[in-house]
Design a protein around this ligand. Structure first.
Ligand SMILES: [Mg+2]
Length: 341
């Protein structure tokens, strides 16, 4: 009943969204609400906004501000946020959730509904309008918790919708699994164990399942039977999991999604989350580790970079969600995953 108000994603704030990954997924334009999304209600653009826009521009995004507020307020914000070289547009008096100005925003950014994102703090205007316009929507928490009286009532209604939304998602998740994919060292096991506790799911690691089955370690298996044999075992394990698993957190081997058949099986298993990290983080985390068969051949930094670039594309193709893990604590990553699935 409330489905039309559901955001595609939820995020802690406009500043915590992983824009780099979204660009890699093909998104090119971002429409922003202003008040309580980028700054406190009525406030001017600050350093944080300018920094964000500069970063987005560097990534390659075009940006359009879309506000229901009046011209003077929106213009003032726009002038404060406009910096040289940044492709920034604005639309005031937007009448969200009317879709007219969402379409206009895409027109000025020269993007389509397939490659445009919307970020806003209100369900019944921002998100509802984006959904109607067919644009992927992000709901962020309002910057200022203390709001004007006319908004307080709306927030109560929002809470009801979000409650139902979360409950539905949870019910859905309970019939399914969470699958973690990503490069070695991204924390699939650590994060997987914490997620398992949080959701009261069981935890499985496909590498461990293979070791149990083979009766030896993965390194030994690689050495004695070769990579092809190991990859075949991975596919077998996935078929088994697809047949019988539910309510599991499944951590996978780093190379698992390389095979096309495995990509389909992984997505069939449940919500696939890609734990994304930079080569620098990989190298830092794997210092002194000798148990990883592929990395023993590729201890050199260049080889990690090469392998990661090659794999990243595959991970992104396979995953439903991407979460960046660099410099984040396990708790932060777990929270981000829980918020987004
Ligand atoms: Mg707002």
């Amino acid at each position: 009943m409330f489905r039309r108000f559901y955001p595609a994603e939820m995020a802690e704030s406009s500043y915590s969204i992983d824009y780099e990954s979204l660009y890699e997924q093909g998104y090119r334009g971002i429409i922003y609400d202003i008040d309580n999304t980028l700054v406190e209600h009525g406030a001017d653009a600050n350093e944080q906004v300018i920094e964000l826009f500069r970063r987005l521009c560097k990534i390659g995004f075009r940006i359009c501000l879309l506000s229901n507020n009046k011209a003077p307020r929106v213009r003032r914000f726009y002038r404060g946020a406009k910096i040289k070289g940044v492709k920034l547009h604005y639309i005031f008096d937007a009448h969200k959730p009317s879709t007219k100005n969402y379409r206009k925003a895409m027109l000025v950014m020269r993007t389509t509904k397939k490659n445009t994102l919307f970020v806003g703090d209100q369900l019944f205007t921002d998100v509802y309008g984006a959904n109607r316009a067919g644009i992927k929507s992000f709901l962020v928490k309002p910057i200022n918790k203390k709001e004007e009286i006319q908004i307080v009532f709306k927030r109560r209604l929002e809470r009801i919708v979000l409650h139902v939304y979360r409950k539905e998602r949870m019910e859905h998740l309970k019939q399914s699994n969470i699958v973690l994919i990503g490069f070695m060292g991204c924390g699939k096991s650590t994060i997987g164990h914490r997620l398992a506790e949080k959701y009261n799911f069981s935890f499985v690691d496909t590498d461990l399942l293979i070791e149990q089955k083979a009766g030896c370690t993965i390194s030994e298996l690689f050495a004695t039977k070769g990579e092809k044999y190991f990859r075949d075992m991975e596919t077998d394990i996935l078929w088994e999991l697809v047949r019988k698993s539910k309510r599991q957190i499944i951590a996978t081997g780093g190379g698992m999604p390389v095979r096309e058949e495995n990509q389909k099986l992984l997505r069939k298993l449940g919500v696939v989350v890609f734990l994304n990290l930079t080569p620098e983080t990989v190298l830092k985390r794997l210092e002194g580790d000798t148990t990883r068969p592929l990395l023993q051949k590729a201890t050199k930094e260049q080889e990690v970079r090469h392998l990661l670039t090659e794999r990243k594309f595959v991970y992104q193709m396979t995953a439903h969600k991407t979460v960046r893990v660099d410099d984040k604590s396990v708790e932060e990553v777990v929270k981000e995953i829980a918020d987004s699935i």
